[in-house]
Write a protein that binds this ligand. Structure first.
Ligand code: FEO
Length: 164
């Protein structure tokens, strides 16, 4: 049985993962409109991945005898301030998500909920990968500079395949 406090924090994470998906979807749409097909492709895939994260929480809560509640999602921004800032925002957002996952880990220990503790490790690993991937993208962007965003856009097209 899922301890009440753990059920609450996992339900809270449904909202966070769903918002992440919408945020990346909004970024993808803006980037697409700006003409960067490669970056848009990466962000659309990222949005789908976040949706999958959200679903994992929904299924796990219900499997453990809790009730997954589908929340309202705050509207993400529609416009972004250039490609460099956009990826800095992605990294900042992922670091925030990592802190939320760490809070879940800490609570599972406090509540002696070792089943959830074990299950949440997948997200601990996932966050390491996500932060590292975004950092690699930012490093590439910094190397290429502002004038070569088009080149970067071509380059990122192949990145998703390498990760998976
Ligand atoms: Fe679901 Fe990117 O954290």
């Amino acid at each position: 049985m899922l301890p009440k406090k753990v059920e609450e924090i996992l339900n809270n994470q449904i909202q966070k993962e769903g918002y992440s998906s919408n945020l990346y979807l909004a970024m993808a749409s803006w980037v697409d409109k700006e003409g960067y097909a490669g970056i848009a492709q990466w962000l659309f895939a990222q949005a789908e991945e976040e949706l999958m994260h959200m679903m994992k929480f929904v299924h796990f809560i219900n499997e453990r005898g809790g009730h997954a509640i589908v929340p309202a999602f705050e509207q993400p921004p529609a416009k972004f301030d250039g490609i460099h800032k956009l990826f800095a925002q992605v990294l900042e957002h992922e670091q925030y998500v990592t802190s939320l996952i760490n809070d879940i880990v800490a609570l599972t220990i406090k509540e002696n909920d070792y089943a959830t503790h074990n299950w949440i490790q997948w997200f601990v690993t996932e966050q390491i990968e996500e932060e590292a991937t975004v950092q690699t993208i930012i490093d590439k962007l910094n190397m290429l500079g502002d004038k070569n965003i088009y080149m970067f856009d071509r380059d990122i097209m192949g990145m998703r395949g390498q990760e998976e």
